[in-house]
Design a protein. Structure first.
Length: 304
């Protein structure tokens, strides 16, 4: 295809797989990294996937500085904006997470507008959907987390406030915007720098105890998250819409442990746990996620 797609957060779990998918699809891809070390991480991930990197180029910019964004998006047709802070521990100041998430999203959209980029697909999260009510499911794209709720974790607030800011920005004119809201993202890793979800699987494999084994959460395969982004990038029907992404009913850490250690396949249907509707992704974009057990086992195999 005669176009360039920019991928922010290229060194992350979703970013790695986005690069691999787009390159495999024959796209020219510009990986956005924070510095020279990010280039090495990306090239190693692409090499591990066995994909030709000839059509891969790099640009440098950060979420908290204006410099570099116009250059990074110059000549691009679309952007997959994955970059957003995910702290390993709770920050003392919530703004340390909220500000770069919100301002970074606005920097991407502002540069996209100035450079004439057609569409941006923003990676939000179920965190921006399902943390302001505890019952009355299923959760849909009409649900929103209250980003002003100071009792919510800073990461949760950051995703809600960043997405709200993005929608407000494009209300005044381009670029086109679509948003993907995944639950917990698992699936094979292409890098030794593990995402939080994959690190959870690694901890179980290593025999470390996992806190709160009864806590429920949704899972989705990273390859399916990327597939939904690609569909949202190209389908006219995705413009101006949010899309929840989850493999099925919620699971628990106890369930995850059973699958990881025993390679068992217990039923995913856990009565009373949160339910996420993926009807929009399925009916509007034809998205079909893979089975959650297969995703966890593929994660295990990649770690081993």
């Amino acid at each position: 295809m005669d176009r360039t797609i920019v991928v922010t957060g290229a060194t992350g779990h979703v970013g790695n797989h986005s690069l691999v998918r787009l390159l495999a699809d024959g796209e020219r891809v510009r990986a956005l990294v924070r510095g020279p070390e990010g280039r090495d991480v990306v090239l190693a991930a692409v090499d591990r996937a066995g994909v030709d990197a000839t059509a891969l180029e790099f640009a440098t910019a950060t979420l908290d500085v204006d410099d570099g964004w116009n250059e990074a998006l110059a000549g691009a047709d679309g952007v997959l904006h994955h970059a957003s802070p995910f702290p390993s521990r709770q920050p003392e100041d919530p703004d340390d997470v909220i500000r770069p998430a919100r301002e970074g999203a606005l920097r991407v959209l502002r540069a996209a507008r100035e450079q004439g980029v057609r569409r941006v697909v923003l990676t939000s999260s179920f965190a921006a959907v399902g943390y302001s009510r505890s019952s009355g499911g299923p959760f849909t794209e009409a649900d929103w987390t209250d980003g002003d709720d100071v009792t919510a974790p800073p990461y949760v607030r950051s995703k809600a406030l960043a997405e709200r800011a993005a929608w407000a920005f494009v209300a005044d004119g381009g670029p086109e915007l679509a948003v993907v809201n995944p639950t917990g993202i698992f699936g094979p890793t292409l890098s030794p720098r593990l995402s939080a979800s994959v690190a959870m699987v690694a901890a179980v494999l290593a025999g470390r105890s996992v806190p709160d084994p009864g806590r429920a959460f949704g899972i989705v395969d990273v390859r399916d998250v990327v597939d939904l982004h690609v569909r949202a990038l190209d389908d006219p029907a995705a413009r101006g819409r949010r899309f929840l992404a989850s493999a099925g009913p919620a699971v628990t850490l106890e369930w995850l442990t059973r699958v990881v250690l025993d390679r068992a396949a217990p039923g995913l249907d856990l009565p009373g746990s949160p339910v996420v509707s993926t009807e929009a992704a399925r009916t509007v974009l034809g998205w079909q996620p893979r089975d959650g057990v297969a995703t966890v086992l593929d994660t295990v195999d990649s770690l081993r």
